[in-house]
Design a protein around this ligand. Structure first.
Ligand code: DUC
Ligand code: ZN
Ligand code: ZN
Length: 455
């Protein structure tokens, strides 16, 4: 046996029990009480929780965007992930006009593979169907292990937006091939109209980033995406939901029996649009922006009620000097914030403080993303699965600071946030990658997760 974790409290999405876990060749081989086999390494987890590693289903590493490239490489982003108890990250390669899906994915994989410190998977963003020929590549992409595609309903000027016909074609082809379509929903025409108006009026502070993309701008696009998914009976995953009206529409569609999943992010659970009035408001600029208190309350209610399916981060940090490009014009601020290292501890802290159960935190951050996206070896602690394991100290207090994070960015929106309980060790397929504040993993250890299509 390679590893024996003794006497921890095991938490899955459904259960809580005291047991030992045995690991060999990267897999969980046995879970039981008083396991006595010989192991190369024994870890005593008395008083600690033992959890499945988190899956951050939404990151943008080394992403060319906003006139620059996001500040975390595959190396630093996955190093930070390991230190936050995230054992798999999903990244979003962007297929550009004239390019193929596998061509796009393989180019990113070539960069990611030697750098990844945790396991990784790809959703592929589709921006152009290349006259329809790209649709013929979906089945190959699915066979390769990329079983989700993404459409942006925004970012027209950036050449990433798709029109409704393209969206419907993607929805249908994804359904036919056992894949799922992810959507970034905001209405681009309304955003452009608002931006033009505000800039003409000299309204250039980050507050106008929010006012150019308020609640109803997201809600319209959410509802449009839901409408098309329902109309063609295709599965849909709404990324980074931040508004109450869209959330209610998604929940209504789910409850009517449609296969619709909702993701939100810690920043929408923690902050409101008031952050854009702060002196450092530009650091919080991301899209969609944080919304008002009513939306925040609705998101928490859905987290508690079980109607949100996943929490992921949209991790896309930029350095301060890049955020400063927008000091006098909010449209020049690169969109995105840090989060991958904070995801699991944030949701587990909410559990520790009694807002949700630990089972629910595990469901949102690990079990559900594994199920929705076909990571059959991930997301739970049972014999036969990958030994992606987090040992968590519920009594440890950590105050987040850029100084104790493990990314390459120079500031974080989470600065000063107090976290109750914290991961003390992270294992990826049985290998220790994080130990009590320190990264102890290895670039290149992380593997591509070949995912299974829907049946
Ligand atoms: N939103 C962001 O804020 N950053 C990256 C991409 C996105 O959609
Ligand atoms: Zn997005
Ligand atoms: Zn994103």
């Amino acid at each position: 046996m390679d590893l024996l974790i003794k006497n921890g409290t095991i938490i899955t999405d459904k259960e809580r029990f005291q047991a030992d876990i045995a690991v060999e060749n990267g897999k969980i081989t046995c879970i039981g009480t008083n396991l006595s086999m010989k192991a190369d390494k024994t870890v005593v987890a008395t008083g600690k929780l033992v959890l499945p590693g988190a899956i951050d289903a939404h990151t943008h590493l080394a992403m060319p965007f906003g006139g620059t490239v996001s500040a975390d490489s595959y190396l630093s982003g996955t190093r930070a992930a390991a230190c936050g108890g995230v054992t798999t990250v999903f990244d979003y390669p962007i297929q550009r006009k004239g390019k193929g899906i596998l061509e796009t994915v393989e180019a990113r994989k070539a960069i990611c593979d030697p750098e990844a410190c945790v396991d990784y998977a790809f959703h592929c963003c589709i921006t152009d169907l290349n006259g329809g020929t790209l649709l013929d590549e979906f089945a190959d992409a699915v066979a390769y292990g990329v079983t989700s595609f993404k459409c942006f309903l925004v970012y027209k000027k950036e050449g990433m937006m798709v029109d409704d016909a393209t969206l419907v074609k993607v929805l249908l082809k994804a359904k036919e091939t056992g894949a799922i379509t992810n959507i970034h929903a905001e209405n681009p025409d309304l955003i452009d109209m608002n931006i033009e108006k505000f800039l003409k009026e000299g309204k250039t502070s980050p507050w106008y980033h929010y006012l150019s993309r308020p609640e109803f701008v997201e809600a319209e696009a959410d509802k449009r995406a839901i409408h098309w998914a329902k109309s063609v009976d295709a599965p849909l995953y709404l990324v980074h939901m931040a508004d109450k009206e869209g959330l209610e529409a998604a929940i209504a569609a789910k409850q009517a029996g449609h296969e619709i999943y909702v993701e939100t992010c810690p920043q929408y659970l923690e902050f409101t649009c008031d952050v854009y009035k702060r002196e450092d408001g530009r650091n919080f600029v991301c899209s969609p922006p944080m919304k008002g208190q009513e939306s925040k309350d609705a998101l928490w209610a859905a987290i508690k009620a079980g109607t949100i399916d996943t929490v992921a981060t949209d991790h896309c940090p930029f350095q301060s000097y890049e955020k400063d490009w927008g000091k006098d014009n909010f449209t020049k601020i690169p969109n995105g914030c840090a989060g991958v290292e904070n995801l699991y501890s944030y949701m587990l802290s909410a559990a520790n403080d009694g807002l949700i159960s630990f089972n629910r935190a595990v469901e949102l951050c690990s079990a559900n993303p594994a199920k929705i996206f076909g990571c059959t070896q991930k997301g739970s602690l049972i014999p036969g699965k990958d030994a992606d394991i987090v040992i968590y100290d519920p009594d440890k207090y950590v105050t987040i600071s850029v100084r104790n994070m493990h990314s390459d960015y120079d500031h974080t929106i989470w600065e000063g946030k107090k976290i109750h309980g914290y991961p003390v060790q992270t294992y990826v397929r049985g290998k220790l990658v994080y130990d009590n504040g320190n990264f102890v993993g290895e670039p290149g250890y992380g593997q591509f997760v070949k995912r299974e299509p829907k049946k």
